[in-house]
Write a protein that binds this ligand. Sequence first.
Ligand code: PLP
Length: 354
Amino acid sequence: MSKYLSGRLSELVAYVPGEQPKDNKYIKLNTNESPYPPSPAVTAAISGQEIENLRLYGDPECRVLRKTLADYYGVEKDNVFIGNGSDEILSFAFMAYCDSLVGVSYPDISYGFYPVYADLYGIAKNAIPLREDFTIAPEDYFDLKTTIVIANPNAPTGICLTVADIESIVKANTSNLVIIDEAYVDFGGESAIPLTKKYPNLLVTQTYSKSRNFAGGRLGMAFGTKELIADLEKIRFSTNPYNVSRLTLLAGTAAIKDQDYYDNCNREIIRIRDYTTSQLQKLGFSVLHSKANFIFATTTELTGEDVYRGLRERGILVRWFNKPRISNFVRITIGTEKQMDELISAVKEMLKNA
Ligand SMILES: *Cc1c(COP(=O)(O)O)cnc(C)c1O
């Protein structure tokens, strides 16, 4: 830290992303990326002439992509916001809607970025404990008088709330905003986007990173009333109007037009997730009921840290969180069936040695 850094930021503890090793010697099951490439339509959209066109700025209003997404999700273009990954959108939303006096509420076990944004913007934090079984109790979020952020499905548990539960929370907080982070919704959850037409206090975020195989492309979107989208646009045009590259805008549009490809990829991930879950259960693991592209698993034979380190020694990266209540779990991204078979073999070997 330099002596020039704002005193306000000196205590800030930044978010720590999962490890991204430079060599390819690991099977990477630690950051919820897809094992599949983007659609061939995406590759076609960003080659040749479009590279030459990089001398030009993109459309700051992202009109083509917003219209394409609006048509696909059954809303209007003015109900769609585009960001450089949904992390950027969440950051904008924290900046816009969580005044320091109002604060923000979220589950105690959830996406690690929420408390970081709160600290970055000096927002009061209210972490609400999950139930003993790691589910969210909707009634804990009624009448909070703070902004609310819920990942649905939640991370790292993978557990999903129904849209009826989401609606009950939104209805019970008419004076404040509810943000539903649907990064994993395409792996078996149900989206709350249709509710944004009925409730002006609901903002739904999604991303291309997980279910559209595009984490490195950095593309996220949010859905809400045109007033909410205008708020976010005000922040975007006050920070970086060209936040999403020309190539990414083109790729994002091409992807939506080849949605069948992604539906197939996601169906395959779901199949492999359920297969991996049953294999781990046969080995005595408890696995939370996941509707995401990862599973959260624990065993009484080994600590979470043992599983994480043992797998790492065997060339497989998973995520371990050294935090209360979940330090005996590991979060395992769903890869190809072959990768998951290697994971299962490694686990068997570790259990034998334990
Ligand atoms: C991965 C993830 C995001 C955002 O990812 P981007 O790559 O920035 O779109 C947001 N929320 C949760 C819960 C995530 O796991």
